[in-house]
Design a protein around this ligand. Structure first.
Ligand SMILES: [Zn+2]
Ligand SMILES: [Zn+2]
Length: 330
């Protein structure tokens, strides 16, 4: 479907020419109608990089010609929550997940980015589009998950789920240099991917996870558990695999309510951290990419021109051909 090129509406807007975009599982949720706040007929896509084409009068952080990453979250930077780094809870009426949900997103040629001073980050000269592609969404998620998990170098960290967000979480957990990292994943393709690219990581199947983690950890369970899978049994697995007084970070978005069986976990004294991701560390993430400390390019397994986006969806949605992430180029 053809739509006119977007124009500036607010003085805080920027127009970005998309040079590379991706498809996220949330785009599939919109396609299947499971995101009630998504506006019908919206152009989806909230993972992208591009070049600033035009800025409103109040945009000072970027200028036309700058290469930028686009943050999936729109936030004001001024309210109580933003000032405390909780940008996911921004109280601005335009705040939250707007791009590719409530307003047209990035699986096209041009996108209007509201509150652009917060929503755009300049890409360092030596960082390619492909290296920066995941910064504004899944990589920011992994970075946040690792950060709030308070990982120390004595820790055994268990990550449940090795999808795109799980792998991004793994990359960010590695920055904290814990003693040991275990990843739990069912899919053989993804297990092989982890084995090939991150041989230092121990891989377990969901069925054996509790037993192996319990036996091989010094204190009967993982010190930190990060649940990224969002499956039927993975929430239970997360707290069961945690040692007493562990931190369990829940990044996963579930289809259904989960049971928190307090009598069963009484005495385990767990700390749970949950919720919507605060994607406010993009500048730091870009610096880490520039310094060679994070590399998400192995995750981008497929490239398509924008004209073949339907094929890109088919591959991504059906998890064909070993796909992890696709890059789509207008
Ligand atoms: Zn997403
Ligand atoms: Zn705010």
């Amino acid at each position: 479907m053809e739509k006119p090129k977007p124009a500036l509406i607010e003085p805080t807007d920027a127009i970005v020419r998309v040079t590379m975009g991706s498809i996220c599982t949330s785009d599939l949720h919109i396609k299947h109608g499971s995101v009630p706040r998504a506006v019908p007929g919206i152009t989806v896509g909230h993972e992208m990089v591009g070049i600033v084409e035009q800025v409103g009068d109040k945009v000072t952080n970027v200028k036309p010609g700058d290469r930028v990453t686009v943050n999936v979250e729109t936030f004001c930077g001024e309210c109580f929550f933003c000032k405390n780094g909780y940008v996911n809870n921004c109280t601005n009426p335009n705040g939250g997940w707007a791009l590719g949900c409530r307003i047209d997103g990035g699986q096209t040629e041009y996108v209007r980015v509201p509150l652009a001073n917060q929503g755009l980050n300049r890409i360092p000269y030596s960082v390619t589009d492909e290296q920066a592609l995941l910064v504004g969404d899944v990589l920011a998620t992994g970075f946040w998950a690792a950060r709030i998990s308070e990982i120390t170098q004595d820790d055994t960290v268990l990550i449940i789920g090795a999808g795109p967000t799980g792998i991004c979480t793994l990359l960010c957990v590695m920055l904290h240099q814990p003693k040991k990292i275990i990843i739990c994943e069912q899919s053989e393709e993804r297990r092989i991917f982890i084995q090939t690219h991150y041989p230092q990581v121990q891989i377990v199947l969901p069925d054996e996870c509790k037993e192996i983690v319990g036996k091989t950890s010094e204190n009967g369970g993982a010190d930190r558990v990060i649940e990224v899978a969002g499956g039927e049994e993975t929430f239970r697995l997360a707290w069961e695999c945690a040692r007493p007084n562990a931190i369990v970070t829940v990044v996963a978005l579930y289809d259904k309510p989960q049971i928190l069986p307090l009598p069963d976990m009484y005495g385990k004294n767990l700390t749970f951290k949950t919720g919507g991701v605060d994607r406010c560390d993009c500048e730091e993430i870009l610096r880490l990419i520039e310094a060679g400390k994070i590399d998400t390019t192995p995750l981008i397994t497929h490239h398509f021109p924008l004209s073949e986006i339907e094929e890109a969806y088919r591959i991504f949605e059906n998890k064909l051909d070993g796909v992890i992430k696709v890059a789509v180029e207008p």
